[in-house]
Design a protein around this ligand. Structure first.
Ligand code: CAA
Length: 258
């Protein structure tokens, strides 16, 4: 498969997708989002792959949806074209862990795309924001929904109403990113995290992802029921037997399904 707007690489069990429209700071055009969805689904279906990284460039993870295209849209274009939902939601269908390695700008749809991933590792030069209000629109790919869940109502309102950017340190304090690393070590650190995940029992990693994501979709008691069902099902796997046996025998586990 050849892509025009992304670069796709496989590193052993890690699938790497790099957004690649450098001249437009990786603005998320319809074509880019379709290619991203195709590449994500392909990695999800590929047996050897255990974890996926989505990244951009040193200057920009992504500076948002493509303004040059949106500028020409009217209501019927976005309504009939199912703008945003049509090909932006593919990421949510991916069952394997997807981590975002973010350097530079993650603005508007770029911030929203990073938030759709399972966790975010930020370079120390990363900048996050929802500046859509300056364009006369509200965030359209989860900025008003995922951001308050990630960083509190107050900070989400601040960012979306004032359009200010938040640096990596503030984003980490607020809980948006899981860790900050030096910009020149971003890919090394992201790859190390991804490799660690690929060494875990695959189905259990997928269950962790599924169960944590459920926490954002349901009540605590329903979420607990969901977690318990998945927890019980772990005991039907060979990898649970091996993981616990290896612990008791004081040796590293050799998982069959890693
Ligand atoms: N769409 C299209 N093109 C974009 C873009 C975007 N979101 N962001 C940047 N570009 C283009 C610029 O137009 C420019 O192109 P030219 O060289 O052809 O003029 C090129 O990328 C470089 O950008 P700048 O010259 O502006 O670079 P800078 O370093 O001076 O500024 C920036 C960087 C602060 C990120 C600035 O580019 C910027 O503010 N970009 C827009 C950010 C934004 O508003 N994002 C929200 C988009 S709406 C959205 O995402 C809706 C949604 O919720 C899904």
């Amino acid at each position: 498969m050849s892509y025009q707007n992304i670069l796709v690489e496989t590193h052993d069990k890690v699938g790497l997708i790099r957004l690649n429209r450098p001249k437009a700071l990786n603005a998320l055009s319809d074509d880019l989002m379709s290619e991203l969805g195709t590449a994500l689904l392909a990695f999800d279906a590929q047996d050897e792959i255990g974890c996926i990284i989505v990244t951009g460039s040193e200057k920009a993870f992504a500076a948002g949806a493509d303004i040059s295209v949106m500028a020409g849209f009217d209501y019927m274009d976005v309504f009939n074209g199912e703008f945003i939902t049509r090909n932006w939601e593919t990421l949510r269908r991916i069952r394997k862990p997807v981590l975002a390695a973010v350097a530079g700008y993650a603005l508007g749809g770029g911030c929203e795309l990073a938030m759709m991933c399972d966790f975010i590792i930020a370079a120390d030069n990363a900048k996050f924001g929802q500046p859509e209000i300056k364009l006369g629109i509200i965030p359209g790919a989860g900025g008003t929904q995922r951001l308050p869940r990630a960083v509190s109502k107050s900070k989400a309102m601040d960012l979306a109403l004032t359009a200010r950017m938040m640096d990596a340190q503030e984003a980490e304090r607020a809980g948006l990113v899981s860790r900050i690393v030096p910009a020149d070590k971003l890919m090394e650190e992201a790859m190390a995290a991804a490799v660690t995940i690929t060494e875990m029992p695959r189905q259990v990693a997928m269950m962790v992802k599924d169960s944590v994501n459920r926490a954002y979709e349901t009540t605590l008691s329903e979420g607990m029921k969901y977690e318990r069902a998945l927890f019980y099902s772990c005991f039907a796997t060979e990898d649970q037997k091996e993981g616990m046996k290896a612990f008791l025998e004081k040796r590293p586990a050799v998982f069959k399904n890693a």
